[in-house]
Design a protein around this ligand. Structure first.
Ligand code: URA
Length: 296
């Protein structure tokens, strides 16, 4: 793990005990007993929806002799559960929300491993979610190889010196292959490819059914064909930031697995029934559980 991007200036003081870290949006601090109980952390599974993370924690606990489930006290922002070595956390929708959850969870992971690079690198990170497919039927589970923004460029943020910091949005390919291999008999379609993380569900995904519409039908179809030709297989709202931040710390094992709810080449509206949507949401979870069982 190349930890050049870790904020040692702040985080090492927390480990030394000269600072207490308030994980404000998670509702805990590094001085809390609950946080001390996370020292066996081996994986962090993130997803947009709180109830889905709660369901996943119950399933993982049931698979592990009904291991106790620890619920984080604050649920206004994110729903977080810890059981049998795995932290399940919701991150809300979009990169601004998910980046807050991820940064606080990375700080927490640093603290509970005492900043030991080997222990940190044993933690597997994944986002499990839903997405719009590009040239794939609804219900396909896509394992991302790279997260890019809607302009096909990597995630970037203002760097404080008048320019942009450009991040690396690649996901480790050996993990992509291992997830596909762990699911070779899963019974639903799977694919791998690049993923666009858009800043909006409507405008930046070139939908024509938003309250605000900037694109024409031709703009939309030419964008969809352009991203498909560039290897993009699905569109969601977090992946470019997720890979960017985890690469910045040098983690070697992380992934994003998202089920498609529709094929954007065929339309904009999500018209699946609640039962279909539930099944699609479950598929990405089943795919990541199959991989988790091979590493934990
Ligand atoms: N999530 C998205 O961001 N886009 C879709 O089309 C479906 C789910």
């Amino acid at each position: 793990m190349d930890h050049a991007g870790i904020n040692h200036e702040f985080l090492d003081g927390v480990i030394a005990g000269t600072e207490v870290d308030a994980y404000y949006h998670l509702g805990v601090t590094s001085a809390d007993e609950l946080v001390q109980g996370l020292r066996g952390l081996r994986a962090v599974i993130l997803g947009g929806s709180g109830p889905r993370m709660d369901d996943f924690a119950r399933l993982w606990s049931a698979e592990h002799d009904d291991a106790p489930i620890v619920a984080f006290p604050k649920e206004e922002r994110f729903v977080i559960r810890y059981t049998a070595g795995v932290l399940f956390a919701s991150h809300g929708m979009g990169m601004p929300s998910a980046s807050i959850a991820l940064q606080e969870l990375m700080r927490l992971a640093y603290f509970v491993t005492d900043g030991d690079p080997d222990a940190l690198d044993r933690i597997f990170w994944a986002r499990v979610g839903t997405s719009g497919g590009v040239g794939l039927p609804a219900g396909t589970v896509v394992v991302s190889t790279e997260g890019v923004m809607a302009d096909l460029e990597p995630y970037r943020l203002l760097d404080g010196a008048g320019g942009y910091h450009w991040f690396d949005g690649h996901f480790p390919l050996e993990v992509v292959d291992a997830i596909l291999a762990a699911n070779s008999a899963c019974g639903f379609p799977m694919a791998s490819g690049r993923t666009v993380a858009a800043n909006d569900f409507f405008v930046e995904q070139f939908r024509l059914d938003g309250a605000i519409r900037l694109a024409t039908v031709d703009d939309k179809m030419s964008w969809l064909h352009r991203i498909h030709a560039a290897g993009v297989r699905n569109i969601e709202m977090e992946g470019a930031m997720l890979a960017a931040y985890l690469n910045t710390w040098g983690f070697s094992r992380f992934a994003m697995v998202c089920t498609t709810l529709l094929d954007r080449l065929d339309g904009d509206q999500v018209t699946s029934t609640p039962e279909q949507l539930h099944e699609y949401g479950e598929r990405a979870g089943r795919a990541i559980f199959a991989y988790l069982r091979t590493i934990l």
